[in-house]
Design a protein around this ligand. Structure first.
Ligand code: BG6
Length: 485
């Protein structure tokens, strides 16, 4: 592993992500003595703060987004002592010399984190380069969106590559920082039980749902340009697909794991324009009620009409030996019935039921990996209902339940960004997305969007608080499959 750096430089430090996630995560790491002792954090954005002013701003963010029982005032003060601020207009080449000066000696290593609008990536990288801030002991973390299609993603990747080679480029997909997402690897490759049936012989279909109850959350400008396919499916959901479908890597390291993931992403069967109508469904939320609260429709929230999808469901295939003929049903949306991220593995039925002639009904086994809000792995198995069976054998599906919340109740849970920021500071690329992965993801997504455009497909309305348009139910029911609910 590469050495931890001594300096962290945060672009976009006054932004929403910084307030909600980055500053609280850095504080969490500091509070648990996980940051290198001498690490300083230089924050930058356009706003004209001095150090004291920004520390006040950061303290407010911590107040709002860190649980109160973690906010020991002395600890907050000690954390803020690490934080400095340097106002910078990242779009203009002028300020970078001064930035480098204020950073001072970077011989102990520097990690840069860009949490800015993607159009700023170009000028920022140029500025960093001109000011000597791209040397060999400097690495860079990039927050999404990394482009809006394959072409723009390549442009960004090319710009970054001019200053930072791939092994010093850390692309964030915050789902990879989630504990339960990493648990997929533990479950698959730490147990001998699943792997023999983890293929087309054992598995009938895979379902992945990321449903959210939130709407636009003040991000209208970004979201309306992007939509659910690019906001969630292109990145988080395809990463989940790759972890579920990958071959066992030979080692637990960035190269081995990402080599296997990219093979999956490249094996995704392209959805052709003539198939997009029956393999995908898009929706946009209308008014409705979520958790008992009346909410407005997307148009109303946006204050204009829009064809942007806030829901997408689709049927994907991984075209290789292991997964031939196994559909991967993916769906994600805003303003849905509940907040849930979940992977469901539906196994094949037993080849022959010995219970049928005694009236016993069987259901195929199901493995549910719940990522949030609860964290559990649940295997649904058939059991005999107690009784004398005079009227036939009664069988029932019962859960073998591994609640990670309960099992590891004494272990501190960390938000994804704590893990990812620490990995960036320490230089471990395993949980970051490599260029070839991002580009394979975009190539597949672009074809879907082209199909929608070619066929004039527009989102169907669905009520807020529902599970999306009814066509999403039909998408699986046509195959005799029901979404797990
Ligand atoms: C982000 C998307 O990447 O993920 C948001 O831009 C979405 O639209 C968020 O709300 C969901 O993340 P999580 O961790 O709450 O599931």
């Amino acid at each position: 592993m590469v050495q931890p750096v001594e300096k962290l430089l945060l672009f976009g430090a006054t932004g929403d992500l910084s307030q909600r996630m980055l500053l609280p995560s850095l504080f969490g790491l500091h509070a648990d003595a996980l940051l290198p002792e001498t690490l300083t954090i230089t924050c930058t954005a356009r706003s004209e703060y001095d150090d004291a002013g920004f520390r006040e701003f950061a303290a407010k963010a911590l107040d709002e987004f860190v649980p109160a029982d973690r906010l020991d005032p002395d600890m907050v003060k000690a954390f803020l002592d690490r934080v400095r601020y340097h106002a910078l207009d990242a779009s203009s080449p002028e300020g970078y010399e001064a930035l480098a000066e204020s950073l001072g000696d970077i011989s102990g290593g520097l990690a840069i984190f860009l949490s800015t609008a993607p159009w700023l990536f170009g000028p920022t990288i140029k500025g960093l380069k001109s000011a000597g801030l791209t040397a060999e002991n400097v690495r860079i973390g990039l927050e999404k969106p990394l482009g809006k299609d394959l072409e723009t993603s390549r442009e960004i990747n090319d710009i970054v590559a001019e200053a930072f080679p791939e092994d010093r480029t850390f692309r964030i997909d915050h789902y990879l920082g989630k504990e339960t997402v990493q648990n997929i690897l533990a479950l698959r490759f730490g147990n001998s039980l699943f792997e023999p049936v983890w293929n087309a012989r054992g598995i009938d279909n895979v379902q992945i749902t990321i449903s959210e109850t939130v709407g636009l959350e003040g991000r209208a400008g970004y979201y309306d340009e992007v939509g659910a396919l690019r906001d969630m499916l292109q990145n988080h959901m395809l990463q989940l697909v790759s972890l579920i479908a990958m071959e066992p890597p030979a080692h637990f390291d960035g190269t081995s794991i990402r080599d296997e993931k990219v093979k999956v992403l490249r094996s995704l069967r392209p959805i052709e324009a003539e198939d997009v109508g029956h393999l995908t469904v898009i929706g946009q939320y209308g008014a409705g009620a979520v958790a008992g609260k009346i909410v407005r429709g997307y148009d109303e929230e946006l204050e204009k009409g829009s064809d942007t999808e806030t829901f997408v469901a689709l049927k994907a295939h991984v075209d290789n030996w292991r997964w031939q003929g196994v559909p991967f049903y993916l769906r994600t949306g805003k303003r849905m019935a509940e907040r849930r991220s979940e992977i469901v593995i539906q196994f094949k039925p037993v080849p022959h039921s010995i219970f049928a002639e005694r009236g016993g009904m069987l259901q195929p086994n199901t493995l549910v990996i719940r990522l949030q809000p609860e964290e559990y792995v649940r295997l649904l198995v058939m059991a005999k209902q107690p009784g004398l069976d005079r009227e036939g054998i009664r069988l029932r599906e019962v859960p073998l339940n591994l609640s990670l919340d309960t099992e590891f109740a004494g272990t501190q849970r960390r938000i994804a960004y704590e893990r990812l920021l620490l990995d960036l500071i320490e230089g471990d690329p395993t949980l970051f997305v490599r260029r070839d992965e991002v580009e394979a993801q975009w190539a597949w997504i672009d074809a879907v969007r082209e199909g929608w455009a070619a066929n004039g497909i527009k989102p169907k309305s669905y009520s807020s608080g529902s599970w999306g348009p009814s066509a999403a139910i039909a998408l699986t029911e046509r195959d005799g499959v029901t979404w797990h609910e």
